[in-house]
Design a protein around this ligand. Structure first.
Ligand code: NAP
Length: 272
């Protein structure tokens, strides 16, 4: 089989929110490697921001290293806050303007800082809901509207969390947002089935990104977490890349919709 035939997302276009760091970045790079053109959103990084620059450099390196007959995808990056409905609309519209279509959308942007329940104030709770729930809703809806108009189906993936299924004493402002996102993907799966748009959720366990830095920096907390994960380690952003390709690729998951896929090294079943 030729390299081109093996690229699972060749000819596809994806849009991903929060794609410059952590899980979103790992998915962006793998989608590019699998041949998709990718439009990523970030909050508004300056031109010379190291995160933005290194993502662009990674994408260029990937292109240089791959043979011409099976090109990797192209990257488009756009600034914008997902709490503004216009951000999602612009992201998907520009993806279509530049690449001609939209096939895959990943609602990844999210925030979390641990906080004692009694110390969570209105601003912290509302911001968590606005980014993790409203932001995901606005952008997913914009992507779905476009996909319905195109009439070629599509795949929408919500990055929920193991926290949608288990509680956390320092996460009372976070767990409901991830449960809402999971529920949203399930309802969207029903609403969009007639348009052949598949909607699924990925539920990462503890993944070492800047979002989980507070846990990773604390040796005792890190060891505690590792003991709760049968695989014996916390996750890496790249652990989400393969599952995100699987859910995006019709040839692999064409009958999978409304599903929730835990990517947690066995943490959830161990906690049960
Ligand atoms: P991360 O490295 O902090 O990435 C979060 C991304 O979201 C960043 O690119 C950030 O952009 C973007 N973002 C935040 N607020 C935004 C806004 N208002 N508008 C647009 N973009 C915004 O963390 P991560 O761990 O990769 O998280 C990605 C997703 O995975 C989140 O939804 C998170 O809830 C979920 N998750 C993570 C874990 C974990 O253990 N790490 C576990 C389960 C689920 P900037 O960098 O520009 O701020």
């Amino acid at each position: 089989m030729s390299a081109a035939a093996m690229r699972l997302l060749a000819g596809k276009t994806a849009a991903i929110t929060g794609g410059t760091t952590g899980i979103g970045r790992a998915i962006t790079i793998e989608y590019l490697r699998q041949g998709a053109n990718v439009a990523v959103n970030h909050l508004g990084l300056a031109k010379d921001d190291p995160l933005r620059k290194s993502l662009i450099e990674d994408a260029e390196r990937l292109r240089r290293e791959t043979p011409n007959e099976a090109p990797t995808g192209q990257l488009l990056e756009l600034a914008g806050d997902v709490t503004d409905p216009k951000t999602g609309e612009q992201l998907v519209a520009q993806a279509v303007e530049r690449f001609g279509q939209l096939d895959i959308f990943v609602a990844n942007a999210g925030i979390f800082k641990p906080c004692q329940f009694l110390d969570i104030d209105k601003e912290m709770f509302d911001t968590s809901m606005r980014v993790n729930v409203n932001g995901a809703f606005y952008a997913s809806q914009a992507a779905a509207r476009l996909m319905v108009k195109q009439g070629k189906g599509g795949s929408i993936i919500g990055i929920s969390s193991i926290s949608a299924l288990v509680g956390g004493g320092l996460q009372v402002h976070y767990t409901p947002t991830k449960a809402a996102l999971l529920s949203m993907t399930q309802s969207m799966a029903i609403a969009l089935a007639k348009d052949r748009i598949r909607v699924n959720a990925l539920l990462p366990g503890t993944i070492h990104t800047q979002l989980a830095d507070h846990d990773m920096a604390n040796e005792e907390k890190r060891r505690y977490l590792e003991q709760r994960i049968p695989w014996g380690r916390v996750g890496r952003p790249e652990d989400l890349a393969g599952p995100a390709v699987f859910l995006a690729a019709d040839q692999m998951s064409g009958f999978v919709t409304g599903a929730q896929l835990l990517v947690d090294g066995g943490m959830y079943v161990h906690l049960q």
